[in-house]
Design a protein around this ligand. Structure first.
Ligand code: 3NM
Length: 231
C-alpha cells in the first residue's frame, strides 16, 4: 500500500519515523464516528470538513457504537475522511482497527489498553503513527517499552463524559498533570472537555486535547474550534 503524501514527506525513512515527530501537531483532535452524528454520512463529512478548515489538527475516525458498520462501510467513510484531511493537511487516525487504517491509507491508528499491542502494530504497519490511551500512572509505567513507538498518549477521562459508555473513572486535572509530568511523548487530554475547560486543561500541562461532543454538538464549529485549540 502506498504512503500518503503527508507520510512520505515526513517519514522518508520508515526506520526513522519519529525524527520529525516534533513537526507533527497533536494539539487539537476531533474524535468522531457515525454514531455521534445520528448515522448520517453527509453530516459526518460536512462536520469533519468544517472542523478541519477551522483548525483541528487530527481527526480520529472511531466507530464504537452498538450498531457497527461493516468493514467495507467503514472503509468507504474513512476514504472520504482521508481526502478531506489531505486537503487541509490534517492527520487522520483510525480508532482500534489497524487493517482499516492500512486500507484507508490513514496516517495513524489509536489504540486502547485492550486493543492490539503497540509492538504488533509496528510489526504489521511500521508506517503508521500510533496513539495509545492511558488512564493511570500504572498504565503509563506498564507502557514504557512502547514509548519510542508512540506519537502521543491519550490521557483521560479528565472530566466525566457521557459520550463513551465504558469510560474509566475520571482522573481530574491533577491526574492529568501527574501523568504529564512523567510522560515522554505528547499528552492529549480527553473526556468531557469543552470550550470552558480547555484553558485549564492546557494549564495542567496537556500538549493537546481531544473531543467528541464539544464539536459534534456545537452550533458554531468554527468558533468552538478556535476556543478549544491552542494557537
Ligand atoms: N475516550 P467527549 S473519553 C473516546 O478516557 C473517549 O479514553 C476517552 O467524548 C478516554 O469529548 C472519550 O464528548 C469520550 O466527552 C470523549
Amino acid at each position: 500500500h502506498g504512503h500518503g503524501p503527508l507520510n512520505q514527506a515526513l517519514w522518508p525513512n520508515p526506520n526513522q519515523r519519529f525524527n520529525n515527530t516534533n513537526e507533527l501537531d497533536f494539539s487539537c483532535q476531533l474524535v468522531v464516528g457515525l454514531e455521534n452524528v445520528g448515522g448520517d454520512r453527509a453530516k459526518l463529512f460536512s462536520l469533519v470538513k468544517e472542523a478541519c478548515l477551522a483548525g483541528v489538527t487530527v481527526v480520529q475516525y472511531r466507530e464504537k457504537g452498538t450498531v457497527r458498520p461493516s468493514f467495507l462501510e467503514e472503509l468507504a467513510v474513512a476514504k472520504v475522511l482521508k481526502e478531506i484531511c489531505r486537503k487541509t493537511k490534517t492527520l487522520l487516525f483510525i480508532d482500534d482497527n489497524v487493517d482499516l487504517a492500512i486500507a484507508a491509507d490513514a496516517d495513524g491508528v489509536h489504540v486502547g489498553q485492550d486493543d492490539a499491542s503497540v509492538q504488533s502494530i509496528v510489526k504489521k504497519a511500521p508506517e503508521l503513527l500510533i496513539g495509545l490511551s492511558i488512564s493511570t500512572m500504572a498504565e503509563l509505567e506498564a507502557s514504557q517499552a512502547a514509548m519510542p513507538d508512540l506519537a502521543y498518549i491519550g490521557v483521560g477521562p479528565v472530566f466525566k463524559t457521557t459520550t463513551k459508555k465504558d469510560a474509566k473513572p475520571t482522573i481530574g486535572l491533577e491526574g492529568l498533570r501527574e501523568i504529564k509530568e512523567a510522560a515522554t511523548v505528547p499528552v492529549v487530554a480527553i473526556g468531557g472537555i469543552n470550550e470552558e475547560r480547555a484553558q485549564a486543561v492546557y494549564q495542567h500541562g496537556a500538549d493537546g486535547l481531544a473531543v467528541i461532543s464539544a464539536i459534534t454538538k456545537s452550533t458554531n464549529i468554527a468558533k468552538t474550534v478556535q476556543r478549544l485549540c491552542k494557537d
